[in-house]
Design a protein around this ligand. Structure first.
Ligand SMILES: *Cc1c(COP(=O)(O)O)cnc(C)c1O
Length: 389
């Protein structure tokens, strides 16, 4: 073989079956081959295990899927390139022209936009309610055949708590599928409810280090088997190297989540005591609206703390820019602390009345608590509050 041939057919190194790597290798390969055509065809017909093309599956992606399904307490999972990818693929796969979808004002903006802009183009209608309007949900489900309901808990950005037992019961009574974006609560919570499909942005707490994106849909084997061919067709495949980083991130997931919850609790309690702060939105605060409901549904309350500054937008701007340890940027669940000021809340698709229902005021700020020492975070918040004092 000449060198150009050699570099394209490198020597094979096989690991003996009784000599396992402790950390699974990254299968950074798009294609897998068998010795002959018949074995390839048997695998493609599902008559034997194996892999063929990364867009369909890959061992590194599959290990991540099995880990995530286990964590959420469901049978199967399909991963893709981002959290929004998982939401978009699930919505496109599960709806058809003429279907009706129930969604909520207090959700991650792109979820609303996917339904209101993209699904609407294909003749899928929707109703937009407040997550706290159970009577409204009951009314809509009773009067309009509804294909699916998609909601969050706690919601992004204000940590509103959905009554998951009530919502899933109503949905089941009316033959409506339930999709829960469980990103804020995490992979280890809310598994006790009869949710049909859990959606996660793996970019956040799962990967945890703010250096990789991914998304997942988790549910029964039957539902994931139905979704998987559409996820494959829509093409937003997760890269094996990204899957490896997410798998690595999961090793410290419980430690990070616990520490971030503990720091977030301290930050929330600190903020409650500040005269410049009007309202603190954290489910771990006893006085928070629906805190009792949160305690029945969750054992940990997450790393996101939102609050309202009495001074409004200008105070929020000065406070945000005075912080030293909080990066002014998107995302949550990272090792470094982050802040979104009211100017960056992304409510352009909502009417002023919907913004009011969402609870977003002129001084609403969202913090994502990282893994810095909480004393340093409190000192930073204190000095930034002093600048607007
Ligand atoms: C970030 C986020 C998403 C989107 O995930 P990406 O990985 O950024 O695409 C979806 N839902 C919630 C609640 C989020 O916080």
């Amino acid at each position: 073989m000449k060198p150009p041939t050699q570099v394209n057919h490198p020597p094979e190194v096989t690991v003996p079956a009784d000599n396992r790597p402790v950390v699974a290798p990254i299968h950074q390969t798009v294609k897998f081959e068998f010795e002959n055509i018949d074995e390839t065809l048997r695998m493609l017909r599902g008559e034997r295990p194996g892999f063929f093309y990364q867009r369909n599956s890959n061992p590194t992606l599959r290990q991540l899927e099995l880990t995530l399904a286990q964590l959420q307490g469901r049978e199967d999972c399909v991963v893709c390139a981002s959290g929004v990818g998982a939401i978009a693929n699930a919505l496109l796969s599960l709806t058809k022209q003429g279907d009706h979808v129930l969604c909520f004002i207090e959700t991650y903006g792109p979820t609303r936009q996917l339904i209101r802009r993209l699904l609407a183009k294909f003749g899928v209608t929707h109703t937009l309610l407040s997550i706290e309007d159970l009577a409204g949900v009951e009314g809509v489900l009773a009067h309009t055949p509804t294909r699916l309901m998609i909601f969050e808990s706690p919601t992004n950005p204000l940590n509103r708590i959905a009554d998951i037992a009530a919502l899933t019961r109503l949905a089941r009574e009316h033959g409506t599928l339930t999709l829960l974006d469980n990103t804020f609560a995490g992979l280890h919570q809310h598994g006790q409810f009869e949710v049909d499909l859990y959606l996660h942005s793996l970019t956040k707490f799962a990967a945890g280090h703010g250096d990789v994106m991914g998304g997942a849909a988790i549910g029964s084997a039957e539902l994931i088997t139905r979704l998987r061919p559409d996820f494959t067709l829509l093409g937003g495949v997760l890269d094996p190297h990204a899957a490896f980083l997410i798998q690595r991130g999961l090793k410290t997931y419980f430690v990070r989540y616990r520490e971030q919850c503990a720091s977030a609790q301290r930050v929330a309690e600190f903020l409650v005591a500040q005269p410049a702060v009007e309202d603190v939105h954290y489910p771990g605060l006893g006085a928070a609206p629906r805190a009792a409901l949160a305690r029945t549904q969750m054992s940990q309350f997450g790393g996101v703390v939102s609050f309202d500054l009495r001074g409004g937008a200008e105070a929020a701007r000065r406070f945000t820019e005075a912080l030293q340890l909080f990066a002014i940027t998107a995302s949550v669940g990272s090792t470094e602390s982050l802040i979104i000021p009211p100017q960056m809340m992304g409510t352009r698709d909502l009417t002023p009345e919907q913004v009011r229902i969402a609870g977003l005021g002129p001084g609403t700020v969202r913090l994502s608590i990282g893994l810095e020492d909480p004393d340093d975070l409190l000192a930073d918040l204190q000095q930034a509050l002093a600048t607007i004092g």
